[in-house]
Design a protein around this ligand. Sequence first.
Ligand code: SAM
Length: 189
Amino acid sequence: GYRSRAAYKLKQLTDLENVIDGGDTVVDLGAAPGGWLQVAAERVGPHGTVIGVDLQRIEPLEGHDNVETVRGDMTEERTRDRVTDTAGGDVDVVVSDMAPNMTGEYHLDQARSLHLARQAFETSLELLETGGDFIVKVFEGPDVDEFRSDVEDEFQYVRATSPKASREASSEIYLIAKGRLTAPVEPGD
Ligand code: SAM
């Protein structure tokens, strides 16, 4: 079984736009407890790699040799550097299900969610090769249109969706961004 119901969301999201192929390298931000990691590990298969990152410890995934985990805060540069080192170049897909600790005060929670989504976006631009895909969760709010348009500038197209598995939390949407337009510039190029 899966570690979280969230696993079914990633299945729906990836099926919708055909994201994650066998052999891919996938970076999963906000990966604990590991439902998305399980789905991603199945999809990439034995020739792929999945790197999961979270503030929380992620219990090792039994039977998945193709998963590595990093414990840290993605808003900190040292965590992002560790993720880059662990991925070792050529990332095909970045997914982020990061969510803030909920205060119940919607404006604050939404602002924090957008901050995490923007962090994930910056990370995707650093890591993804040309043609790579990006999926990110964000809580609905007036500034999401501006975020979406920033993502649209960097990818072939962007689709917003709210998967069935998350309908009860109606404020959350996912942006699926397909086809990173340009590759990152390597230092020294
Ligand atoms: N996709 C996961 C799964 O299938 O099991 C569930 C992810 S849960 C909805 C959101 C996660 O984001 C939490 O585990 C939380 O610790 C993590 N998170 C929030 N802020 C973070 C940050 N700054 N850096 C890394 N992880 C963060």
